[in-house]
Structure formats: C-alpha cells, structure tokens
Ligand binder design. Structure first.
Ligand code: ARG
Length: 248
C-alpha cells in the first residue's frame, strides 16, 4: 500500500484532533430486507439504511461496518456488546424504548398486506380476521396481526424473515402476509411471476418511524448518528438517497 504513505505522513504532522482515528462502529442488519438491507453479489450488506447511515457517519465523524445479523436475537447483540448499532428498518416503539435507545427517526413506513393476485375478498385489514396470515416473528407486523387475530391464534404463521413469510403465501400455506410497506411492495413488484398483489389500508395501520438502535445509555454513538442525520437532511444527501430508492 505504498501510495498511502505520503498521506499518512502528512496527517501525522497535523493537529492531534485531525489525526485521531474516527471510531468504527459495528452495525447489525438483517440483510433479507430489500430495499433497506440486502446482500449484494459480493455478500456485502447494501441498501437504503446502509447508505443513510454511511452518509450520516461521514458527517458525524465516525465509521461504520455492517454485519449481516439475523432479526431474531438482534436486539440482544446490543447488550452483549456484539453490535454498537442496528440498522434494520426498526420501528421505534415505546415497548422497545424500554430496552434500547433510538436515533432520531429517518423513515416513515406503514404495514401493507400481500395476497394472491386473484383474491377479491380482502379489501381491508379486518378482512383477515378469519384468515391465515404470515408475518416475520417479533416485528410490528406480527404485533398488529396479533391484535386482530389474538396473540395465540394458530392462524398466525411466524417466519424468521419477511421473504420466507412471502414464500409461504406464494406456496398457498397462508391467505395473506403483513409487513412493512417498502419491503412487501418491493418484493411484489420485483417478482411479478409469483402472482402476488398488495392491499393498502391506511386507515387500519398507523404510521411507523424507523430509527437506528443502540444499547440503552449509549448516548455517545447516538449523538454522533443524530448529528450526522441532521447534516445529511440539511444538505440534500438524505433526499438524494431517498429518491434513489423510492422515487417512482
Ligand atoms: N419495521 C418492522 C419492525 O420494526 C420490521 C423490521 C424488520 N427488519 C428487518 N431487517 N428484518 O418490527
């Protein structure tokens, strides 16, 4: 790495704060959640969340390293010290706030229903009352379906990932799947051969806000993330990333 040597020498004669290495944080993402986090051909985590947090890190003076981390058990990795941050389309909820801290919100989402494309009797969320519904375990989708069907209702089929829940719908094992709108619509649109359609019901589902999560009490990392988020919202970087992923 010869080419880097001169730059390093130059840096070492600069003031101390300029040479202090920016802290690198390990970031957990369940990379089965396109377009927010998914694996590219090189098996690197990529997506909207990755770009937003990476841009925020540049402005906030820290580094990030993304690690594919299963959704189930993800929250515990913060307390265990295995991850410093989670970037995983995580909805900020009061319940979760008891166990972890969140950055400022960076995205608004809502639940969305997927059904087979020839299904005509599902027009609202309430129409799922006596149906079999697939969700990703422990998500806000799981929570809303529990409210409608009852927590222990065997008609709720829980899966480790959202793609597995949607596969079950394709295979006819359930009548519907419920999950975050960005992910469900992305899947339905990009897999037209799989015969799914979406049913929107903005009256039944409240808006949800995604935040980056950190261990309870880790104010240091969240202050940096929030400063970075503020900067990229102010300078147009956030809007450019948003447009790249979500502009129609
Ligand atoms: N927003 C939903 C929640 O917080 C689902 C997030 C799932 N994220 C993921 N990468 N699998 O419960």
């Amino acid at each position: 790495k010869k080419a880097e040597a001169p730059a390093e020498q130059a840096a070492s004669s600069a003031p101390a704060q300029a040479t202090a290495a920016a802290k690198e944080y390990l970031v957990g993402s369940d990379a089965s959640y396109a377009p927010f986090e998914f694996l590219n051909d090189k098996k690197e985590v990529q997506g909207f969340d990755v770009e937003v947090l990476t841009a925020a890190a540049e402005k906030g003076g820290f580094k990030v390293k993304f690690v594919n981390t299963p959704w189930e058990g993800m929250f515990a990795t913060l307390d265990q010290g295995d991850r410093d941050l989670l970037a995983s389309a995580i909805t900020i909820t009061d319940e979760r706030k008891k166990n972890m801290d969140f950055s400022d919100p960076y995205f608004e989402a809502r639940q969305l229903i997927a059904v087979g494309k020839n299904v005509t009797d599902v027009k609202t969320f309430q129409d799922l009352k006596n149906k079999k519904v697939a969700v990703q375990t422990g998500t806000t989708g799981d929570e809303v379906v529990q409210k409608l069907l009852g927590k222990t209702n065997p008609n709720i089929k829980r899966f480790e990932s959202m793609p597995l829940a949607l596969k079950e719908l394709e295979n006819g094992g359930v009548d519907a799947a419920v999950g975050d709108n960005g992910v469900v619509s992305n899947y339905v649109i990009n897999n037209p051969q799989n015969g799914l359609a979406t049913v929107e019901d903005t009256k039944s589902f409240a808006p949800e806000y995604y935040g980056f999560a950190a261990k309870k009490g880790n104010a240091e990392v969240l202050a940096k993330v929030n400063a970075g988020l503020k900067a990229i919202k102010a300078d147009g970087t956030y809007d450019a990333i948003y447009k790249k992923y979500f502009a129609k």
